[in-house]
Design a binder for this molecule. Structure first.
Ligand code: SAH
Ligand code: DHB
Ligand code: MG
Length: 232
């Protein structure tokens, strides 16, 4: 199960190659990471190629409303919000007020303040409030795309809320669903791993969604994304 240092180094080099060929310089995103580092936030944002993948998925679903759970410094938020049309909106849920503050400044500097709303609080509390608001606006399934990337043990609970707020044909993306391959080990008792295993069990029992998990390597090591299409 162990990867060598050379493997990890190679994955990071390939990420740099991809960045160089397909992504290029991006002052707003680079500033968002620099400001996050300066504020002492953990370096766990999606990688640049992963961020662009989220951006392209949002474009492909023609997303006008996006929900994000887990803002951190707003790096994935910026990638996603950039895919929105002018009238589009992204709502991001974050428990740590300091993270939300850093993210809010980064989003503003990226010129996206008018499209992004960051809500501070535990996502498990913010989600029912959001659902009530949508119900009152008679648009209960308003979201075209959801990105779930917060505390991993709560992933199933977040998904259950998210799927009820996502339009048929919408897309839900979940980060960190492979955990260095530990997801396939039933004896692993790490709550993050158990959370992702429970989430896969939940998906396996639902016929109203179509899901797959794609393993990834790169500068963030070995992990994966789960993609869920809302519909059958
Ligand atoms: N999506 C970000 C990374 C998110 S890291 C990016 O790729 O750029 C996970 C974030 O989830 C952290 O900022 C953490 O504070 C937040 N978080 C953890 N538990 C949470 C909870 N219960 N409710 C809301 N946010 C939570
Ligand atoms: C880690 C990575 C993530 O993408 C995340 O959302 C949380 C934690 C990690 O590597 O610890
Ligand atoms: Mg993550």
């Amino acid at each position: 199960m162990l990867r060598t240092m050379e493997d990890e180094k190679l994955w990071s080099e390939v990420d740099l190659y991809i960045h160089d060929r397909l992504l290029g310089a991006d002052p707003a995103l680079e500033a968002a990471l620099a400001e996050s580092d300066r504020a002492g936030l953990p370096q766990i944002a999606v990688s640049a190629p992963q961020g662009k993948m989220l951006h392209l998925l949002a474009k492909a679903t023609v997303a006008a409303r996006i929900l994000e759970i887990g803002t951190l410094g707003g790096y994935s938020t910026i990638w996603l919000a950039r895919a929105l049309p002018e009238h589009g909106r992204l709502t991001s849920l974050e428990v740590d007020p300091r993270h939300a503050e850093v993210a809010s400044a980064n989003v503003a500097k990226a010129g996206l303040a008018d499209r992004v709303e960051i809500r501070v609080g535990r996502a498990i509390d913010s989600l029912p409030t959001l659902r009530d608001e949508l119900a009152r606006s008679a648009d209960t399934r308003a979201f075209d795309m959801v990105f779930i990337d917060a505390d991993k043990p709560s992933t199933s609970a977040y998904f259950e809320h998210a799927v009820d707020m996502t339009r048929p044909g919408g897309l839900i993306v979940v980060d960190n669903s492979v955990r260095r391959g530990r997801i396939a080990d039933p004896s692993d008792s790490d709550p993050n791993v158990v959370g992702m295993r429970n989430f896969h069990d939940l998906l396996a029992g639902r016929s109203d969604v179509q899901a797959t998990t794609v393993q990834t390597v790169g500068s963030k090591g070995y992990d994966g994304f789960t993609l869920i299409y809302v519909g059958s």
